[in-house]
Write a protein that binds this ligand. Sequence first.
Ligand SMILES: Nc1ncnc2c1ncn2[C@@H]1O[C@H](COP(=O)(O)OP(=O)(O)OP(=O)(O)O)[C@@H](O)[C@H]1O
Length: 385
Amino acid sequence: MDQRVIHDASLADRAAGASRHSGSDHLLPTEPSPIHAVPIDVHVENVTKSFDTTPALHGIDLDVPGGELVALLGPSGSGKTTLLRIVAGLEFPTGGRVMFGGEDASHLSVQERNIGFVFQHYALFKHMTVFDNVAFGLTVRPAATRPSKKDIRERVLKLIDLVQLSGLEKRYPTQLSGGQRQRVALARALAIEPRVLLLDEPFGALDAKVRKDLRRWLKEIHARTGHTTLFVTHDQEEAMELADRIVVMRAGRIEQVGTPDDIYDRPATPFVFDFIGESVHLEVEIRGGRGTLAGQPLDLDLTGEKDGRADVFARPVDVEIAAPGRGIAARVIAVRRTAGHRLVEAEVGAGHQRVEFAVPASVEVTAGADVGLVLNAFRVYPAAA
Ligand SMILES: Nc1ncnc2c1ncn2[C@@H]1O[C@H](COP(=O)(O)OP(=O)(O)OP(=O)(O)O)[C@@H](O)[C@H]1O
């Protein structure tokens, strides 16, 4: 199956059904559909996937309430794309099921699921104008469910306006910038009135500035259209800025699901702490609420923490440099200036561990100095046995 084909089978039935049952402003299939979606819940239940003997997903459970924008975030190979493709119907799970709005969709084809896709390298049809690219999914419908030419035109122009490309309808993809092409790709995905929108690193190939603009723009579009949206990224900033909720994946498993605040402020595991932002990490030994680091006593209140080996994590912003004798004894190894900060590299535990963190440029610190590191906020994770 060519992933670039837009799938819209059975949409008309649903659109007509929604119109009959709800009496809402959902229009009949021969009329242009509204830009705003009827959001549906997506429920992934105990999904496993193996490629030959290689496991890629291990028992994934995930609920995406209708209308939410959810980011699948994780390092390369963690299973994000595989999970997205299983939701799409481009890949079938080895075990478990995918539910769309209470209906078991596991055995539905891509067409029957009615998904809107945007991929990183979404090849628009090069020989078609922007207008024809966006219209494509509607024009290839069977005659019985195809809107009239006038209605298609109206909807396509509305979508082109939504993605802020009005005036460029007659251009060909080669006459557009990368960011504009991805906006056409999104309009094209939305044209078929998809039940769910799936985006796989849609801005991955674009430069940093364009990415940033498109993020903000996508968030606005989502607020206006309200599609249940799953978004794959390995960029934590992108996930934080865009998503209602973030699913952090690692090696085919979900480490944590939560709002950007949950994920950043209350990371459930050391992996999430480390992956989601800068971190200072100390390996410590705890006995009776007191810690040691490489055998040296640690000036850190660990009251109530379990005895044994543990990982202490802090955000660099919560690390303060103090005079020696306060906090954790450290020796500064190197100091590098960045635009707004100084990056400090220091050794702790008599040279056994290294940490790196940024302090405001106004803090005066030099290589070779003995200092104390005060952790104003930190989290403790018992080390895995
Ligand atoms: N068609 C395939 N055949 C064999 N193995 C596959 C296939 N697709 C994915 N895998 C394997 O499944 C695992 C998960 O891959 P997946 O592409 O889902 O990860 P990802 O998190 O999306 O990574 P990336 O960010 O690099 O795209 C990897 O180990 C990968 O090698």
